[in-house]
Ligand binder design. Structure first.
Ligand code: SD4
Length: 327
């Protein structure tokens, strides 16, 4: 499904929209099912019910939040219809599919890969970086070499349809990243397991038709993802350059540490980006989700139609995020 259509479709989801609007008005997640301490729980950016379902099954079985977020993200990485993640992800302007991902556990350990090519599951490579190397981040050729050494298979990630889309884009070849809201659906996933431990992961093919070599916020600790098991976790989607400038996910976790709710913290992080951008925020999207130790969630974005998926209390639901720009 084309991103634009997808966004429009989400806008028409009747009942859930009514519920979501109620949340949007309050600015705080107030679903009666979710306002007590909730665990296990998993929350992810965008509409990814299959990914949260996978994570939920692991959490329900008593599995760790780390396994849950890794396995959940893998669902989207393998889905060739998701054009922003893993196989089927749109390439850079030269036709290379380059992937960024990271993962962070309850102890604050972190693993990340940037500019990884030909490997379907960068989130799992990131986990191997975390667990099997003395480093936290591997890039490009070295990341691929490491992945192969760990048993990952090399395969072409450019599908027929992503190749076609790239060829279509090349006709105009506007040599700047397209920064509208249609090309953002990185998956960022946060989970709290039955033990009350938090983990998070984030995986993306980055902005479509980016310059070759470009890396966004998603694999960068504190920007695309941050987890502090004493406090909470946060993850970002949207224009990575803007998230990087404010180290958005770390900021949200620190704000929660100071007593803000996940919702208040997400809003403040978005507002910082908006303020610093002058008028430019009108041209890009940024969205955050956050989850604290109590299982409370929050979400805020610049433009309408960012949504997020929550699996808690046996229900897998999608919510519309509250947003800043209300023209
Ligand atoms: C990036 N934040 O590479 C990512 C893009 C994104 O859905 O969120 N895409 O900047």
């Amino acid at each position: 499904m084309k991103r634009r259509k997808f966004i429009k479709n989400t806008s028409l989801s009747g009942l859930s929209l009514v519920t979501a609007n109620a949340f949007a008005k309050s600015g705080i997640m107030q679903d009666n099912n979710l306002n007590k301490i909730v665990k296990p729980i998993v929350v992810a950016t965008w509409r990814v019910p299959n990914a949260t379902k996978k994570a939920w099954e692991i959490l329900q079985d008593g599995g760790s939040s780390l396994d849950a977020v890794e396995q959940g993200c893998r669902i989207e990485e393998a889905d060739i219809n998701n054009t922003s993640v893993g196989k089927g992800g749109l390439p850079d302007r030269d036709g290379n599919v380059t992937l960024d991902a990271c993962i962070m556990d309850k102890e604050g350990n972190y693993g990340s890969v940037v500019y990884l090519q030909d490997i379907v599951h960068p989130v799992s490579v990131a986990r191997k970086v975390m667990e099997n190397t003395p480093h936290v981040m591997l890039a490009g050729k070295g990341a691929k070499q490491f992945a192969l050494s760990q048993g990952f298979k090399s395969e072409n990630l450019l599908t027929e349809s992503s190749k076609k889309a790239w060829e279509e884009w090349k006709k105009k070849s506007e040599y700047k990243p397209i920064i509208n809201i249609e090309n953002h659906d990185t998956i960022g996933m946060l989970a709290l397991d039955k033990n009350g431990d938090l983990s998070g992961a984030c995986t993306t093919s980055g902005l479509s038709y980016k310059m070759q070599g470009r890396v966004g916020d998603s694999p960068i600790i504190g920007s695309g993802l941050f987890v502090d098991n004493e406090v909470g976790a946060a993850t970002a989607t949207g224009m990575g350059e803007e998230v990087l400038k404010t180290v958005g996910s770390f900021l949200i976790v620190e704000l929660m540490r100071q007593g803000k709710t996940p919702q208040q913290a997400c809003k403040e992080a978005v507002m910082r980006i908006v303020k610093k951008s002058g008028n430019r925020y009108k041209d890009f999207q940024v969205g955050f989700i956050a989850l604290n130790k109590q299982g409370e969630i929050g979400s805020y974005c610049i433009h309408e139609w960012f949504n997020y998926q929550v699996y808690a209390k046996d229900e897998n639901k999608n919510y519309k995020s509250d947003f800043y720009h209300k023209p």
